[in-house]
Ligand binder design. Structure first.
Ligand code: FAD
Length: 656
């Protein structure tokens, strides 16, 4: 905590202020920023109405870190923005990462110096200014294996130079690095810091720091911050086609998966940020002819006579960008299973393996294998789990077994596999393409560099808007759009005032009658918005207690997720707003009834809806457990598909 507090103390004040930069632009001036950033059921109804009635400057498809970041970037430039997400915010890759905000120590070895430098710049910005409440330093050891003295000395020199360069890069990026500096440790010191490391194989270690974040909470916070600046944010809303006028994309057909109603959303530019689903958007452009869409009345500009995508049959569309999926599996084990005060980075035959402290748990990962099966629910097989256990057991003094495992999760890396040499060279970078006028696809990159990706794609969209024939809502009101991104100066919701609130956490706990540990837990998840959760907890006894089966979470957090964080289903609160599904051996089964009761009160669920939600969640857990017993990807995938998605059951319908 000391390092973080020091970093916060030196955080420079943001230079972009709501009153100066954003006043009266897109957000209703009568609504406070915090209120506008509350993603509850009422806001969803209002946002859906806006999708029907408004013509947006930018429609963003995909509520992962890239899409949420792009929505925030565009909204903070004063553009009118809509963000639609097919499932839940962060339901794709962005809730399934190693949760590091990092430069990528291993990329130094591959001489990807520019990438490392860029990512470290972002790390520092996030940890110091944008999200100090969400990104915190995590110490990581590079263990140095035993061996003859010259070999040991050479290894220490090699890894020491790498870590020193890493720190130097971070230090060069505008002042202090936002993380403590690295340190060399003797064999004895390494053992003291990580008693579970096998002593016979250890010659010493180097300790360095990177940032750690709850990836799903980062995404929700980005989306809420975008909403606080006027963006219409709608989860459970899948794009099923594009609207086009000639060779220009003029919007998208969005299906509200909660009602089945389809809406034609008019937009002057569309940004596709759909990660491993990127190729689906290109395919949609080429898809079979759909019905003709008539003019739709729009508040923000002239009606756009449009046709649904593919109406010009046989259209050849080359996106210039193809994304391939690579599966990465993580295990979660209890903190007590391994004794250590830092994480580990271990070399494997093809990559690296992290063992990272995560609250009362450790996260161990990851694998890296091609995946061409179901992308919504990538499944971890017994083979993946066995591989991870074998790798980590090489350095631990007590072998971990499957009995130690609390949770398992799998995610898909969106790796660029370019259609031509220009993009295939970018496999570790990101790319922005415009396959059709007004439609931009952005993919690749990593969690850490979401802001850079967002700025790049919005820059392109702004250039296209500048070339547009009609002025659009923002320009018609006589506003100019900032040419450059302002997000490097824009703290996310919960960041402003966080340092002071953290320092006064004992007082906060006293005022709300909770333990200091509870106040800390909430501050680290919500920043200054923790006060909203504490107020809710204090408002009624049913919110004040812990969640059944998950004592580290307050019941108020489940209710708050539905009231303010866009959660619509049990999956959303048990797998992403909280991490109960991977942090408990029961994987949420013991908590599901309690969570359902809390959600029902917020979302007005009938008893039948409660039963359906509970049954779905239990089926999901059973299918995941089953898949993890299967020997390979194919059988694991088949087992996981035994539990269908809770979303999208409503029959597709057009609005009356
Ligand atoms: C195992 C693993 C570990 C990783 N570890 C790290 C790490 O430690 N640090 C780091 O910086 N990066 C890490 N990454 C990379 C990082 O997680 C990803 O680069 C990032 O999350 C990708 O975000 P995204 O928004 O592009 O994609 P996603 O998060 O997948 O978001 C795309 C969204 O689009 C939605 N969507 C798709 N189709 C439609 C449609 N038709 N209509 C509406 N919405 C749609 C999906 O539902 C999804 O939510 C890791 C990745 C993996 C797989």
């Amino acid at each position: 905590m000391t390092a973080r507090t020091a970093a916060q103390a030196s955080t420079s004040p943001p230079t972009v202020r709501e009153g100066a930069g954003y006043r009266g632009r897109v957000r209703d001036a009568d609504v406070s920023r915090h209120a506008a950033g509350r993603l509850g059921p009422g806001q969803r109804v209002a946002a859906l109405r806006r999708l029907r009635e408004q013509r947006f400057d930018v429609l963003v498809i995909g509520g992962g870190v890239t899409g949420a970041g792009a929505a925030l970037d565009a909204a903070s430039r004063g553009l009118s923005v809509a963000l639609v997400e097919a499932r839940d915010l962060a339901a794709g890759t962005s809730s399934r990462s190693s949760k590091l905000i990092h430069g990528g120590l291993r990329y130094l070895e591959q001489a990807e110096l520019g990438l490392v430098h860029e990512a470290l710049t972002e790390r520092n910005l996030l940890a110091r200014r944008l999200a100090p409440h969400l990104v915190r330093p995590v110490p990581i050891l590079v263990p140095l294996p035993a061996g003859p003295l010259p070999v040991r000395a050479a290894r220490r020199a090699y890894y020491g130079a790498g870590v020193a360069l890493y720190d130097a890069f971070a230090g060069l990026t505008g002042g202090a690095r936002g993380m403590p500096a690295h340190r060399h440790l003797s064999r004895a010191a390494a053992r003291r810091m990580f008693p579970s490391l096998r002593s016979d194989a250890l010659a010493g270690a180097i300790r360095y720091f990177d940032g750690q974040v709850d990836d799903a909470r980062l995404v929700v916070t980005l989306a809420r911050t975008a909403a606080s600046l006027g963006a219409a944010v709608v989860p459970s809303a899948r794009v099923v086609g594009f609207l086009r006028r000639s060779r220009q994309v003029t919007g998208a057909v969005v299906r509200d998966l909660e009602s089945g109603v389809e809406i034609e959303v008019a937009a002057r530019t569309v940004i596709g940020a759909t990660g491993v689903w990127s190729d689906d958007l290109t395919a949609m452009l080429r898809s079979a002819p759909g019905g003709t869409a008539g003019p739709v009345p729009r508040s923000g500009g002239p009606a756009a006579p449009a046709v649904r995508s593919g109406a010009a049959a046989g259209l050849v569309v080359r996106s210039g960008l193809r994304v391939r999926a690579s599966k990465g599996v993580h295990l979660v084990v209890p903190r007590a299973a391994i004794t250590g005060e830092a994480g580990l980075i271990l070399r494997t035959a093809t990559s690296v393996l992290f063992v990272l402290p995560w609250g009362g748990h450790w996260i161990i990962g990851t694998t890296d294998t091609d995946w061409s099966l179901d992308r919504a629910h990538p499944a971890a097989s017994a083979h993946d789990i066995g591989y991870l256990l074998a790798e980590v057991n090489q350095v631990l003094d007590r072998r971990l077994t499957t009995a130690d495992i609390e949770g398992v999760y799998a995610g898909l890396r969106p790796l660029l596999a370019g259609e031509d040499d220009a993009t295939s060279a970018l496999s570790r970078e990101h790319a922005v393409v415009e396959p059709m006028l007004g439609l931009f696809l952005v993919a690749g990159g990593k969690l850490t560099t979401y802001r850079v990706m967002a700025a790049d794609v919005v820059d392109r969209a702004v250039r296209r808007l500048d070339q547009g024939l009609d002025p659009g809502p923002s320009r018609a009101a006589g506003r100019s759009t900032p040419r450059r991104s302002v997000t490097s100066q824009l703290p996310l919701l919960g960041a402003d005032g966080y340092g002071a609130m953290w320092r006064d956490r004992a007082g906060l706990a006293r005022r709300y009658g909770v333990a200091v540990g509870v106040a800390e837990h909430l501050l680290e998840r919500y920043g200054t918005l923790a006060a909203e959760v504490l107020r809710l907890a204090a408002s009624a006894p049913e919110y004040a207690g812990p969640v059944t089966g998950a004592p580290e979470y307050l019941a108020a957090e489940i209710a708050y997720a539905a009231r303010a964080e866009g959660a619509l289903h049990l999956d959303d609160v048990l797998a992403r707003r909280t991490r109960i599904s991977i942090e408990t051996p029961h994987r949420g089964e013991d908590s599901v009834r309690h969570a359902a009761a809390l959600m029902a009160a917020e979302l007005g669920w009938s008893p039948a809806t409660v039963e359906r939600e509970v049954a779905h969640y239990l089926a999901r857990v059973a299918a995941e457990r089953e898949s993890q017993r299967m020997p390979d990807d194919r059988t694991a995938d088949a087992a996981r598909l035994g539990a269908p998605d809770v979303r999208g059951r409503a029959t597709p319908a057009r609005p009356a």
